[in-house]
Design a protein. Structure first.
Length: 307
């Protein structure tokens, strides 16, 4: 059985690097993965531009020794309407993964040759690694995270834990951010041991915007991610997500509040920026999408989908 599954979600195509427009986001990551000192892994690419990039990724697959599994994200209300749906993307990848340990990766990353070795080393110790910088931490002596909400996008988790939690909570889709804080909190509550590490040479390279063919960011976000996060933490304390019993009428109303209590005048106190709900031209469409989502909340069994 493959030890590691590297999960890459992408909505960027050619010209993804602002300083190197001739580079392709997936191509650069594949190039860095091809020289890893750790070899026992597969790459899962969940691609919002799947149809456009099918031939390109097929050509990449012929150049490398590891397997590339290239798949589109599950269709749901948010992906159909080209809204942010990172949870649907990640859950698609988790269902397809065969590795014991899943390592999340973003496009437009620069990876040193030892990148995957760090995660593999932690896994031998029974520890899932999560990246942090710029504070220097010795990855050979991992610092265990002792409180929830500390692990973010670049990290690893066991496939068995992901299935036990029933994946990322799709209540966060339709908006941006905080799904990773919810994910790390639920992993922590499940008893997963996680350590913060720094990997010298890892970097996020300057990126262009998302492709409008995959995600339309011209309009304000559909739901307030901070309201969803507060609801999850304070009220529901969700552990296993995406199950029918958590979507009571009262819970759905709390997940999509308005006006948000974090708004002061025109500024969101959480994000320190103008509130996305103030886009008046978007309100009718926003309510329409939220109403559809509330009538058909995302419920599924990730274990069945992973068979």
């Amino acid at each position: 059985m493959t030890t590691l599954s590297v999960l890459l979600t992408t909505v960027r195509g050619y010209g993804a690097y602002t300083e190197h427009p001739e580079w392709h986001a997936i191509g650069k990551v594949v190039e860095d993965l091809s020289v890893q000192t750790y070899k026992d892994f597969e790459l899962i690419v969940v691609d919002g531009l799947f149809a456009q990039q099918r031939d390109y990724v097929a050509e990449l697959s012929r150049r490398v020794s590891f397997q590339i599994v290239h798949i589109p994200p599950w269709a749901d209300i948010w992906t159909t309407n080209r809204k942010v749906a990172i949870c649907a993307y990640r859950n698609t990848g988790i269902a397809a993964a065969k590795g014991e340990l899943i390592v999340n990766l973003d496009d437009c990353c620069a990876l040193p040759p030892e990148y995957l070795s760090v995660f593999a080393h932690g896994w031998k110790l029974g520890i899932c690694a999560a990246l942090t910088w710029p504070k220097r931490l010795d990855w050979r002596r991992p610092q265990i995270v002792d409180r929830p909400g500390m692990v973010f996008g670049f990290g690893s988790y066991s496939r068995s834990a992901a299935l036990e939690l029933n994946g990322y909570d799709c209540a966060f889709d339709g908006s941006q951010a905080l799904e990773d804080a919810d994910w790390s909190t639920r992993l922590f509550n499940l008893g997963v041991k996680t350590a913060l590490v720094e990997i010298p040479g890892f970097d996020i390279l300057p990126q262009s915007g998302h492709s409008p063919d995959a995600i339309d960011l011209k309009e304000p976000i559909v739901k307030c991610c901070n309201a969803a996060w507060q609801t999850q933490r304070v009220w529901r304390q969700v552990r296993r997500a995406n199950v029918a019993e958590v979507y009571t009428p009262e819970a759905l109303e709390r997940l999509v509040p308005g006006p948000c209590r974090y708004r002061a005048a025109d500024i969101c106190l959480h994000h320190r920026m103008p509130c996305a709900y103030l886009g008046k031209s978007w309100l009718d469409k926003r309510h329409e999408l939220v109403e559809q989502w509330m009538k058909n909340p995302p419920t599924f069994d990730l274990k069945r989908r992973s068979l």
